[in-house]
Design a protein around this ligand. Structure first.
Ligand code: 5GP
Ligand code: ZN
Length: 115
């Protein structure tokens, strides 16, 4: 596993720091966002460290992340009502944690269509 010892999401994904786990498998970890922006706000991350979605992420892993995001929506009960999945890259997008993560947001009607 490629882990960055200084990365908070690596520590969470490898159980070095406790968190509210929503879903986990061999390569993916999903947990509640610490500052939720919607009634449902879960982060889906690879257990391996990648900076963001443009960081040469293997196709298979990217597919697993997307599948896990949809599974998280089912687990949280928003698969029928709808949800948004998004990932930020870089400063204009407001990325603050530089370990690839997919936000799963739902549980209320979105106030903005996209950005
Ligand atoms: P970004 O802006 O990088 O796309 O999103 C980072 C997200 O990570 C934010 O929504 C923030 O609330 C969340 N976050 C940052 N640090 C922690 C943490 O230590 N634990 C959890 N559960 N979420 C965190
Ligand atoms: Zn990391």
């Amino acid at each position: 596993m490629a882990i960055d010892e200084t990365c908070i999401f690596c520590k969470l994904a490898h159980h070095e720091i406790p968190t509210q786990v929503v879903y986990e498998d061999d390569s993916v970890f999903a947990f509640e966002d610490a500052e939720p922006q919607a009634p449902v706000h879960v982060l889906v991350v690879p257990k391996d460290h990648y900076q963001d979605a443009s960081d040469d992420v293997p196709d298979e892993l990217m597919a697993k992340l997307m599948k896990a995001a949809n599974k998280v929506a089912q687990i949280k009960g928003v698969d029928k009502s709808g949800y948004r999945i998004l990932t930020n890259k870089g400063s204009d997008a407001g990325q603050t944690v530089f370990h690839l993560h997919i936000h799963v947001l739902g549980g209320t009607e979105s106030k903005s269509r996209l950005f």
